[in-house]
Design a protein around this ligand. Sequence first.
Ligand SMILES: Cc1ncc(COP(=O)(O)O)c(C=O)c1O
Length: 387
Amino acid sequence: MLELDPLDELICLRSAEPLAECGGMVLPAIAQASIFRKEAMEELHRDLAIENRANVYSRGTNPTVRILENTLAELERGEACKCFASGMGAIGATLFGLLKAGDHVLFVNDTYGPTLELARRLQDFGVSHDQVFSPDLSAIAEAMRDETRVVFMESPGSALFQMLDIGAIAKLAREHGAISVIDNTVATPLLQKPIGQGVDLVIHSCSKYIGGHSDAVGGALIGSAELVERVFYNAYMLMGAIMQPLEAFLFLRGLMTLPTRIRRHHDDALAVAQHLHGHAAVAQVFHPLIGDDVQTVSGNWRGHSGLFAFELASGGFASAVEVANRLRLFGNAVSWGGAESLVITGHKNDPVERGDSAPRIPAGLLRLSIGFEGVDALVEDLDRALT
Ligand SMILES: Cc1ncc(COP(=O)(O)O)c(C=O)c1O
């Protein structure tokens, strides 16, 4: 049974409390306003100087978005949070906000495709990057340069689910004068607390488990007040990838059931992965809790969510597409983290297809997002598609 922190359950449920004065609403009000009027001009001037905290204009701060930001900061045990229009909005603003020409970024482990694509664009602005797949500390230390200013991790990775010792990597980054950043989307704030392990900044795509119903796109950045403020003024306010109040409401609603959903995703995905492990048609299952080297390296990691992958024992990309097309209960769709099960094979944005230097993703890979159809039905569907 997956054990979650009881404090997190309360935080998820109580996020609407600041609005108790609105007639005891149990969900936050949607503050659909672009501007906020002040009694006196002096008050407006004062608030303009603290736009990262004060309601002045909704491109800066909005009351409903603010409730979500406070809740996510609390869940990640961070000082501050800023929400964005998408996970990529958060990733883009973080890189733009922290880097300048001459700096270097080190990506460790799987990196979400568009994040790497953005790093390639940043080359045109004088920011270089490298990627290391090995979780080995000495390999990571070797890839660090004098100019490395950001070490960007995913753990578990979102393609092959390899885990990193994120505390040790954060320490290494600090010793090199670099800021450590983790994309914690796969683990959610419930299954891993990177800040507690010394990581400087945590990013989420709220579009996955935080929303949980495949109906909203959003992102979040959590960390020290100083770093979040740096990103706020250097990039967020200038690039305008803001979260809208309706989306913030949807994510707050999603958070209320996040612990319950994560328990179910964890249990069902593990059961389906265990079934596929050792299946005659399957070469390998990529899930942190499956295989000979069950991975628990990450200090306060509690378990895995509902996303994992497997490689076919024979046949490559075309066979993977055939299997995906034979599945009835798994929708062919991008993204993950909702109530419905999904499948995706490799595609043209993959490193393999693009011919990158370090392709690791097997051609016959299928990634599954396990929803709530039930283990028996999902296993039956997979068995039929795999024969
Ligand atoms: C691991 C990971 N990080 C970030 C993102 C980007 O998030 P968004 O789609 O909300 O921009 C995604 C989206 O699929 C993702 O899978």
